[in-house]
Design a protein around this ligand. Sequence first.
Ligand SMILES: [Zn+2]
Ligand SMILES: [Zn+2]
Length: 793
Amino acid sequence: MNTENQDQDESESFKFFGLGGCNEVGRSCHIIEYKNKVIMLDAGVHPALTGHSSFPFYDEYDLSKVDILLISHFHLDHAASLPYVMQHTTFKGRVFMTHATKAIYRWLLQDFVRVTSIGAGSRAEGSDETSTNLYTDDDIISSFDRIETIDYHSTMEIDGIRFTAYHAGHVLGACMYFVEIGGLKVLFTGDYSREENRHLHAAEVPPTRPDILITESTFGTGTLEPKADLEKRLVQNIHATLTKGGRVLMPVFSLGNAQELLLILDEYWEKNEDLQNISVFFASKLARKCMAVYQTYTSIMNDNIRLSSRIGQKSSPFDFKYIKSIKDLGKFSDMGPSVVVASPGMLQAGVSRQLLEKWAPDPKNLVVMTGYSVEGTMAKDLLNEPHTIKSAVNPDITIPRRINVSEISFAAHVDFQQNSEFIEKVAPSKIILVHGDSVPMGRLKSALLSKYSARKGTEQEVKVFNPKNCEPLKIPIKGLRVAARVLGTLAEEQLHLLKAEIENKVAESNLKIEELDDEENEKMEIGQPKEEGKEDDSKVKEGEDTKTENEDPDAFKTGQLMSGVLVSMDFDLDLLQLQDLHEYTQLSTSIVKSKMSLKINADITLMKWHLEQMFGFINIVNDDEDEWECIIMDMIDLLVDRSKTDSLYITLEWINDNLMSDSMADSVIAILYSIDSSPASVKLSSRSHNHNHDNIEKESTPPTKKSAHANSEISSRIHRISSLLKAQFGDSLNNLEDNKAVITIGKNEAKINYLDLTVDCGSRVLRDRIENIIKRGCGLAAPLSQYQEVYKI
Ligand SMILES: [Zn+2]
Ligand SMILES: [Zn+2]
């Protein structure tokens, strides 16, 4: 492969670089690169690790290159290293998250700083020096205001990067990001759930198909129990434990699952009077703050919640009747059966760990793991039902474990069926798996590959990648279709057209519109941008036709084709008419003119006759002693110098604005040269003809007797025009007798006379369109040889 190709491949490749969360659950952080734009997805920590090692591999990437950092949700494995990135690295990009995520993130991180070794002054046992200063409360506060927010379903556009947030389910504020860079579409799911629960929307399928999907694979090929079964199992387990005098511990992450579990418990207590004297505690430093946040954001929750807050039985669905929030175990009197929903979820330290150690020896007790247990944490260890557990405060002390351990996972992640169905709906051709341990992720990859095995080697082939951390992945991107905005006069014209269409109620018709107006088919040379800076990036792609694409795939139905100048700036493609270029882009234009001089042996009358045969009406703009000048098809300026009498000294000038004018000029030149050699010309030149006809058909009456060839020329032209119209209007065109035709579109009817080439139509838009097509059909499509044949009799 030569260098040039390599360079091209480089710029056309999509690059993925996982700094964390690849083949693991924890410290999610992925870099995506395309066309020199860099986006970072999430900035988490690994819950099972401490200090620097809990962070993604930030040293492995030049963070100063990152343009935008998108945070999917507030969970620590997705957001907890953000203050470090913003305050202590070379990162200088912009950061986005949803409003709810931002509201919760702050409290969570302040709590996180307090309870882990990440914050200053709480050095963990055996941790190295640097881990005490990774970031502080001040870092959280000073970076907080620089975090920008995005609403669900709103799209931000920054330096050519466009991204939209969609509901991801999972936890309050969680979103998927649909990212578009230079036409490449990437969907990052973050953690997501396709099941609606008591308070959250299920993840949405974005309306547009992405090219690349970056999806979580937490449960791999596993199957989740139906929600109703889970709930039943949970409340039954709890009820049984309490009845026999036991205590129930439910370690939870302060937010997310916790609120869902509390909703379930409160509802169950309401229905079971025998439980109503048993207390349920929500023990978290953040309990009250979290509840306040949840009460604030009921508007983005699902109908279950929105409805119940409107009905007003309770001031808020999170105003629980049977649940008491406590900050810590200070006021907790452990006198008998109770249920404690406590953070942290991984049982690494804090209230949940304290209670576990206290309750572990009693076989009447129950600990229910309700979330995803990360590898290397106490939560995960406990699932193996060890005989003893270590004390968090003093690892030398071991505690017997007789407490019952049950896993009833309410982790709001997708299982195989849900993930696979979602992938099918989203229909990407490339899938990158993240957020999953190697084994389940590997199984998911195999399962997806076998599901799509029939497409292997075809254009619909689905590729699945499961890169490791810091293992660069490069995906070549080819044949991307790019959407363009239509601006200025062109947009107005389209609007006009649309109005006409609506007026005529032809929305359902399959009208195909091809813009044939010569002037719109612009091609030009662009001068230097007048202003330095941003505009320097601008490029004009000459003569490109672009199919406009709408976010909504249904909008393709009309299949409109438009022509104009395609201006590319920061990957935004704008389709404009030449005259609007300066207004919209501040680019200036210059016009390239072609000029050609030639000498032929003929007179003006003969030349005029020949040209009229070819092009119909010739617009004579000057006819005086010194000069004779005409304009052919509004494109070619033909000037005859009359001061020279030995021959016709002709100068042709035309603007190279499109292929049509060039080929038209070629035709004119060919005709002019052919006059010299044409036997018909010789005959004609001996006569003095003064044609003064109004239209092509009359003009085509040759000065000599009308020949069979001339007739065939007429019918070939009719055939040509008719085929062009057919191509444009399909079955809406009906050819009638007497060289007439009618085009019916909705209420509009256009009558066409192939002989005099007139169009009778009430709709200006439709008439202009038909006339343009006829104009093209008359002149250019005809092969020159045909004319030579006619006149070489
Ligand atoms: Zn999560
Ligand atoms: Zn996660």
